[in-house]
Design a protein around this ligand. Structure first.
Ligand code: NAD
Ligand code: NAG
Length: 313
């Protein structure tokens, strides 16, 4: 039988968290210090990864930088060191689980300490219409954006659990919470990333590892070049412009430092949580021009591929 007392406590807790989270919009809670933390960032050579490395450095953390592209990764390390921070680079393909496990051991051996914060940031998109998209590109998106999360978490979560201390950050996307046309590979992988992240968050709490925090970051289009060309209706873009990478990373950092479980950037993108009927979404998308927003992006990708082919020839 459900005890009336525990039932009322549950209801009170539900109301408490609704009120607390509403209040947090105006009153930011105290941030946690992260100066003794060892932070591993995947995709650290990319637009957001590099800025995350710099932000964590600003807060006094030591960073371990993983990327498949060693030259852009080294560039990030150089910037971190110029700020007076400590950076350690590793060339890792996060889709190769053996590569992930070996490099995780190497990090532990090289630095003599455990990674305490993991930022799963590496991500790719095919940039092709579904039926034009080569199978290899579909698989690559799933492997980088989804499968890799399993390998990195398997590599670093055990030590976090042993200390009941740590933080796992998943850089997903608003396209992991709602979708649009012509990015099937990306939406599938990011919905998967969100599902993985949330299930793991529930698991840690169910097992009472409340010292291992989890933050899911869902940004709208960021101006890093990843979705170059993507365009919604001009008038709507005035209130929903592509995010400045620096702004996006600062907002994500704010959330991470207060152990916030989910952050959508900008706030306007929380709106789709008002569960409208599917057909209502479709008309809203048409109005906003977001039903066709990926078409110019796909064209840009085609042009880039054509230019690259000419450069090679
Ligand atoms: N740019 C956007 O509009 C946007 C919007 C929402 C979410 N995101 C997400 O933010 C994250 C960072 O995106 P970004 O804009 O900085 O992209 P980016 O392309 O600038 O950086 C991605 C980095 O990941 C690395 N990478 C790719 N495959 C890898 C692999 N197999 N192993 C290791 N590293 C690999 C790349 O070399 C690159 O340095 C991604 O997960 C992306 O999906 C981006
Ligand atoms: C690696 O990054 C550099 C920029 O630092 C870029 O010029 C190069 O094209 C990237 N290589 C690949 C394979 O993406």
């Amino acid at each position: 039988m459900i005890n009336l007392f525990t039932y009322s406590m549950m209801l009170l807790d539900v109301i408490y968290f609704i009120l607390r989270n509403s209040l947090r919009i105006v009153m930011r809670p105290r941030t946690k210090p992260i100066d003794g933390e060892l932070v591993l960032i995947t995709g650290a050579g990319g637009g957001l990864g590099r800025l995350f490395a710099q932000e964590f450095t600003k807060h006094g953390a030591e960073v371990v930088l993983w990327d498949i592209n060693s030259s852009s990764n080294e560039q990030t390390a150089k910037l971190v060191r110029e700020m007076g921070g400590k950076a350690h680079t590793y060339t890792v393909d996060v889709t190769k689980k053996e590569d992930v496990y070996q490099n995780a051991d190497l990090v532990r051996k090289d630095l003599g300490r455990d990674v305490t914060m993991l930022v799963n940031n590496a991500g790719v998109v095919a940039g092709e219409r579904m039926l034009d998209c080569p199978d290899e590109l579909v698989e690559r998106t799933m492997k980088v954006n989804c499968h890799a999360l399993f390998w990195t978490v398997k590599a670093f979560l055990p030590q976090m659990k042993a200390q009941n201390h740590g933080h796992i950050v998943t850089i997903a996307s608003v396209l992991g919470l709602f979708s649009t046309a012509c990015v099937e590979d990306y939406c599938a992988s990011k919905f998967a990333a969100v599902g993985f992240h949330e299930s793991l968050a529930h698991e840690l709490l169910a097992d009472e590892f409340d010292g291992v925090k989890m933050t899911l970051v869902c940004p709208y289009i960021v101006d890093t070049g990843m979705f170059e060309g993507c365009k919604i209706r001009y008038e709507v873009e005035l209130i929903l412009p592509p995010l400045e990478p620096q702004y996006c990373v600062e907002q994500a950092m704010n959330a991470i430092l207060i152990d916030q479980p989910l952050v959508c950037i900008p706030r306007l993108t929380y709106l789709p949580f008002l569960l409208l009927p599917w057909e209502s979404n479709v008309v809203t998308y048409r109005f906003m021009g977001s039903d066709k927003c990926m078409v110019p992006f796909i064209d840009t990708m085609k042009k880039q591929a054509a230019n690259a082919a000419i450069a090679v020839a």
